[in-house]
Unconditional design. Structure first.
Lengths: 164, 290
């Protein structure tokens, strides 16, 4: 073995792109099949958990006093599970995890923009709602869910805790 | 060998080698997918922004509760979970097609590509059924002080908050004769449609029990536009993915890749297909789960 590492020495003669020096995917068949099977099961299990949470939210909404905080926590959990699914699809199915780090960064770093993007626009929508509820009484009366009206009309359970 | 690679830093940028060690077309596919992710992201974030600006938003479990052949049974999330699994499985068959391509196994590429196409078509069929059901399925809705039969379109939304019994009782007086006949016949099957059509307005109203109807007010109109816009845009991606996969299948059959010596084209088509699955994960989250 020579002391100098030559990444192009393993290239197959049929390769059309000689500057691309190695193939990531020539792991043995059994290991590959195992990885795909594992990821498939993982994605399916996560989806089933998501569906279970979706149905849990449904039953909470059907109940007498929906617990807004619990619903919010369930929704947050579903968001995290979805991100986990996205990670597995991109890194295993799309093989991004096997690429050169610089290449991964050119994809991942621009996507960081989403952090600002989501927070800014959702906060903007929320602020618009608050302003309209404050200054546009017609909007508030015509769009606020009925259980809020009822709570305002009936004097006995004057406590808060209605859904937002 | 791996240790050798670690000891000697490869100079990717000194020429003669691909800095990202990746074929040009595949790299450009990645950048296209990144830009497409921003397009979908912008749509979904716009939807989120509008949703957060509303006091009320329809509960997806109320909107999406139908299943083909199950009539009016209340099955929240059932059909969309079928669609989700179809897309996950078709993504797996695509992984297997790409892997077969790496090995140059033409028969396996053909087999797995064909299954991927079947999965894509199955998904599109499901979506067609769902859209058809939402648009044509009419629901008695309290709009402008009267009850109207409306489907889910981009201009009207029948999934508002449940209307109070007194509001429904008032609205019945202003409701058209035709709608009253539909309302009564949907609950009372003992009287024929012709008999009901011959009855007076008052008689029909007396046959309706306002409390039993569970009539909803009209909901936020934006719901329809966002739902059809985003799922439609995604469905168009699925459609174009199916077309690309069919082209790949024909090219494989014609030995184009065999003669070229590599199946890198399948890999690029595969990236696109996985991206379609990836977007669905987020569409599923935003419209059906939360």
């Amino acid at each position: 073995m020579s002391t100098h590492f030559d990444p192009t020495k393993h290239i197959s003669s049929s390769a059309a792109y000689p500057e691309v020096s190695f193939h990531h995917h020539d792991t043995d068949d059994a290991a590959f099949k195992k990885k795909v099977r594992k990821t498939t099961i993982l994605l399916s299990v996560i989806t089933i958990i998501e569906l279970a949470i979706g149905l849990a939210i449904y039953t909470i909404h059907k109940g007498e006093n929906p617990n807004a905080l619990l619903v919010l926590m369930f929704k947050g959990a579903v968001c995290i599970l979805t991100l986990a699914k996205a990670y597995y699809i991109v890194s295993v199915f799309m093989h991004l995890g096997d690429e050169i780090r610089n290449m991964i960064m050119t994809i991942v770093v621009p996507l960081m923009l989403f952090i600002w993007f989501i927070i800014a626009f959702v906060a903007d929508g929320n602020s618009y709602k608050n302003l309209r509820n404050k200054y546009d009484k017609h909007f508030q009366e015509s769009t606020m869910p009925a259980d809020h009206h009822k709570k305002a009309e009936e004097p006995k359970p004057a406590d808060a805790g209605g859904k937002q | 060998m791996a240790t050798t690679a670690n000891v000697h830093q490869t100079k990717w940028w000194s020429g003669g080698k691909s800095p990202f060690n990746m074929e040009y077309g595949k790299l450009m596919m990645w950048y296209f997918l990144m830009s497409d992710a921003f397009t979908f992201g912008a749509f979904l974030i716009s939807y989120g922004s509008i949703r957060f600006s509303q006091n009320f938003w329809p509960d997806p479990n109320v909107v999406f509760n139908a299943f083909p052949g199950a009539g009016h049974a209340n099955l929240p999330l059932a059909f969309v979970s079928v669609m989700t699994f179809i897309l996950i499985i078709s993504s797996v068959t695509m992984v297997l097609a790409v892997h077969a391509g790496h090995k140059g196994d033409k028969q396996a590429v053909v087999k797995w590509l064909a299954w991927t196409i079947v999965g894509g078509l199955a998904f599109l069929s499901c979506q067609a059924w769902e859209w058809h059901h939402l648009i044509t399925g009419e629901h008695a809705t309290l709009i402008d002080g009267q009850i109207k039969m409306v489907g889910q379109t981009t201009t009207v939304n029948p999934w508002g908050d449940l209307a109070s019994a007194s509001a429904v009782a008032d609205a019945l007086k202003n409701t058209s004769h035709e709608t009253l006949v539909q309302l009564v016949s949907s609950h009372d099957h003992s009287v024929s449609h012709e008999q009901l059509a011959g009855m007076s307005q008052e008689k029909l109203i007396s046959m309706v029990n306002a409390a039993d109807l569970h009539i909803r007010e009209n909901g936020p109109v934006a719901f329809g536009g966002y739902f059809y816009g985003i799922t439609g845009f995604h469905g168009f991606h699925v459609f174009s993915g199916v077309v690309i996969n069919i082209i790949m299948l024909i090219m494989t059959q014609k030995d184009v890749f065999q003669k070229r010596g590599h199946y890198l084209m399948i890999e690029k088509a595969g990236l696109y297909w996985h991206f379609v699955d990836l977007v669905w994960v987020f569409v599923f989250l935003c419209f059906y789960l939360i």
